[in-house]
Structure formats: structure tokens, C-alpha cells
Design a protein around this ligand. Structure first.
Ligand SMILES: *[C@@H]1O[C@H](CO)[C@@H](O)[C@H](O)[C@H]1NC(C)=O
Ligand SMILES: *[C@@H]1O[C@H](CO)[C@@H](O)[C@H](O)[C@H]1NC(C)=O
Ligand SMILES: *[C@@H]1O[C@H](CO)[C@@H](O)[C@H](O)[C@H]1NC(C)=O
Length: 408
């Protein structure tokens, strides 16, 4: 009897897991919801793992194995990682002799003394890597481990030049800015969409992180919605052709804090309108926004700002009814910032609106940030050595949000 019960339990469990088998791709959009291939709602609940700075590989590997990092993410119940990359990595592949070896990338970014030392630490933690391992192979290894542990990948084009993001004078702010070559951007994002076809857990890609008005106009195109529309439409079409299975995330202006004209199909400034139904791949389009109103004193004013800035695309009244994901928000993990109006407000709005999110940022430290090596990241969920969480209080609060989000 006992054996029979066990047998039946195992059988029904395995039937259950085969109908709900990870990864259930491709994902589709239906109105304001994102569905997996079984038609179930999917709400993004995850974290940013940066890989777009000078070395142009995912951070933290000099301190931990990929498997350990992913296990910690998994322990929070998160279902997705927003993995950032720089266009320069693809330019190197296509224009400068191929995918760069990690050893060379480290030596270039950190100098040969520190580069050699950090490489030694990376290989010690990740012994499957060898002298010939390239940047894209590191991205592949991260995606593979996330897949193994049942976590999805969202790729994000963070920067053109491999460097810390974002400012209005970093040359990466807008089409035509010093390092922002529009043609190379299009080529690079489409390349990664194609490359990621080999990752069973890749569900989506963000075309560009945070558009912003450059300080010096230089050769930049006009900073306006019509320019945005032209290039986002053109690149989303080629990304969809390169990989028709993944969702495409459209970010807005002013550091991705506004997509205001999109929900109600307002005039973009030249008579043109964003009309979702005109896109043959409308079932793949998602809006993404960021919020860093860290010193907010009123949640209701944050709420109306975010709603009018684009979240109202989820509303039944929206002309372009679409999912909206908060792909960046975050705060210092030292002290009690997680109890601030800002942090509490983000947590309550995500639950109220049933919208997805990815918190900035996993990194307890960076290989290099803005010229400082082994940079301490006080906003990092991880501590400097990526061994444990920086703040158990902040993590408990975040875990509450994860649980609520994944239950949708
Ligand atoms: C996704 O939507 C497209 C267009 O409506 C449809 O052809 C396709 O079958 C859908 N796929 C899934 C997995 O629902
Ligand atoms: C998705 O979630 C919403 C809100 O909870 C619900 O109304 C809807 O039926 C869900 N859709 C599916 C396919 O489960
Ligand atoms: C090597 O890295 C350390 C931090 O680990 C840093 O303090 C030092 O300046 C770096 N050396 C060079 C030559 O950049």
C-alpha cells in the first residue's frame, strides 16, 4: 500500500512536471499579461547581473563560481536575471578579429598585473574556464547555469562602449553620440538575439538601457520621440527576424523614466503615433521603465508619476494595452533604506499593479567601475565577496515581493 502510494505520487509528480516543465518557451504577450507557452501568466521577479562594464563579462566571477551565485538567486525564488552587455563586445567579434579571450579583456581593462591575478581567481572559482575562454563563452556559461537552475534570461543592451552606465556625458546617451553608433547598435543587438537562440531559457531582450539627452549635441540625432520611434521600430523588426521567439522590451526617454506618449497613442510630435496593432509582432512587445526616486516622501505622487509615465499601458483603457516591467529600481543595502518611502512604495505598487520587476543590482563589487578596480557596490544585494547578502533585512523585504510576484 505504502509502495503503491509512493509510486502513484511519483507518477503524478512527474506528469505534473512534464506539463509544467521549465522553460515553457516561447513567451507571448496577451494584452497586459505575459504568458508562457502553456498560457500561464508570467511576472518577472528578478535581479540585474551586470556584464557591460570594461571587461564586458558578467561580474563577480573572481569571487564566486557561477553555480554558487545562481544558487543564491534561486534561494530567493527569483525567476529571471537581467543580464547586461555592451555593443563593443560584438564590435570586437565582427570587426576586430573575433570574440576576445577573457584573459586579454582582463589585461586590457585592469592592466596585466591585476588582470593576471583576477583571471587566476576566476579560474579557481570556475575551473571549467581555460586560457582560450572568450567573453561570449562566459555569457553562455552563465545562461546555461541559470537554465540548469530553472531561471530565465532577459538580455539587456546596456551601453555601446563597455563602461559604467549612465550619464549625459559618457558618449553613450543617444543615437549618434560619441560611442553610440546607431548601425553598430542595431547589428549588435540583433547579433545577441540570434546568439541567444542557443539558450533555452532566453525569453526576452531589451533594445537599449537608458536613453538620455547628451550634454553636447555633437553628431547626435534630435533627442525626441520621432527619432526614438524610427530606430526602435527598425531594430525591433530586425530583432524579431533574428529571433522571432523572444519578447522585445522597449525603453523610454529621460533615463527610461518615461514612455508617456505610448499608452494612449499620443502624437509623438510629428503627427506620428505608436500603434501596437501596426506591428506584426505585437504579441512580442513589452514596455520597460526605471525608477530611482530614492528621496521620495509620498508614495501617491510616485504612483501617479509612474502611472502617467507609462504604467497605465496595463490599464483596460489604454489604446496600446501592453505589459510594463520595472527593469531597474534599487537603493543602498547598508542601513535601513529598504524601509524608506521609496522602497516600500515600489514593493506595494508592483503588487498592486501585478507588474514585473528586476532589482538593481546583484553585484557586491565590480572588476572595475569608472576607473576604480575592485569597486565596492553599496547597492549590491551581495556583499563585496559575493558570499552572502549584504543586508538580511533588505533581502527579507525583497523576498516578500518575490513571493507575491511569482504567485500571480
Ligand atoms: C503567440 O502568438 C502568436 C500570434 O498571435 C501565435 O501565432 C502563437 O501561436 C502564440 N504562441 C503561443 C505559444 O501562445
Ligand atoms: C493572469 O492574472 C490575472 C490577474 O490575477 C487573471 O485575471 C488572469 O486570469 C490570469 N491569466 C491566466 C491565463 O491565468
Ligand atoms: C590593482 O587592483 C587593486 C585593487 O584590487 C587596486 O587598488 C590597484 O590600484 C590596481 N593596480 C593597478 C596597477 O591598477
Amino acid at each position: 500500500m505504502r509502495l503503491l502510494t509512493t509510486f502513484l505520487t511519483l507518477t503524478s509528480l512527474s506528469l505534473f512536471s512534464s506539463t509544467h516543465a521549465f522553460p515553457n518557451t516561447p513567451f507571448n504577450v496577451s494584452g497586459r499579461w505575459i504568458h508562457d507557452s502553456t498560457g500561464a501568466n508570467f511576472t518577472y521577479a528578478g535581479a540585474n547581473w551586470p556584464g557591460a562594464a570594461d571587461v564586458m563579462i558578467p561580474e563577480g566571477l573572481q569571487y564566486q563560481s557561477i553555480a554558487n551565485i545562481v544558487s543564491k538567486i534561486k534561494s530567493l525564488g527569483m525567476n529571471v536575471v537581467r543580464l547586461t552587455f555592451a555593443i563593443e563586445m560584438i564590435d570586437d567579434v565582427l570587426d576586430h578579429g573575433g570574440d576576445v579571450k577573457v584573459t586579454d579583456a582582463l589585461n586590457k581593462a585592469l592592466g596585466t598585473t591585476n588582470g593576471t591575478k583576477v583571471w587566476g581567481q576566476i579560474v579557481k572559482n570556475n575551473p571549467s574556464f581555460g586560457a582560450g575562454t572568450t567573453r561570449l563563452q562566459v555569457f553562455d556559461a552563465v545562461a546555461a547555469e541559470l537554465n540548469k537552475q530553472g531561471i530565465y534570461v532577459h538580455l539587456d543592451n546596456h551601453m555601446s562602449r563597455g563602461y559604467w552606465c549612465c550619464s549625459s556625458n559618457d558618449g553613450n546617451s543617444w543615437f549618434g553620440d560619441t560611442y553610440f553608433d546607431t548601425a553598430k547598435w542595431k547589428r549588435g543587438v540583433a547579433y545577441m538575439a540570434q546568439h541567444g537562440k542557443a539558450w533555452p531559457n532566453l525569453i526576452s531582450i531589451g533594445l537599449r538601457n537608458e536613453f538620455r539627452q547628451p550634454d553636447t549635441v555633437g553628431s547626435s540625432l534630435p533627442y525626441d520621440w520621432p527619432t526614438w520611434y524610427t530606430h526602435m521600430t527598425s531594430l525591433s523588426t530586425s530583432v524579431n527576424a533574428a529571433n522571432p521567439d523572444i519578447l522585445i522590451f522597449l525603453s523610454g526617454l529621460n533615463y527610461d523614466t518615461t514612455l508617456a506618449p505610448i499608452p494612449m497613442a499620443d502624437n509623438l510630435g510629428n503627427g506620428q503615433k505608436f500603434t501596437l496593432s501596426s506591428f506584426p509582432y505585437a504579441h512580442k512587445l513589452v514596455l520597460e521603465l526605471h525608477n530611482y526616486q530614492n528621496s521620495a516622501t509620498s508614495c501617491s505622487s510616485m504612483e501617479s508619476g509612474m502611472w502617467n509615465g507609462g504604467f497605465k499601458a496595463i490599464d483596460a483603457s489604454a489604446v496600446n494595452r501592453m505589459p510594463v516591467v520595472l527593469t531597474e529600481f534599487g537603493f543602498s543595502q547598508s542601513g535601513s533604506d529598504y524601509t524608506s518611502v521609496y522602497a516600500s512604495c515600489i514593493r506595494s505598487l508592483m503588487q498592486k499593479w501585478k507588474t514585473g520587476w528586476t532589482v538593481w543590482v546583484l553585484s557586491g563589487s565590480y572588476y572595475i567601475r569608472s576607473g576604480t578596480q575592485d569597486y565596492e557596490e553599496s547597492w549590491g544585494l551581495f556583499n563585496h565577496q559575493w558570499t552572502d547578502w549584504r543586508s538580511q533585512g533588505a533581502i527579507n523585504a525583497l523576498k516578500g515581493l518575490v513571493t507575491a510576484s511569482v504567485a500571480e
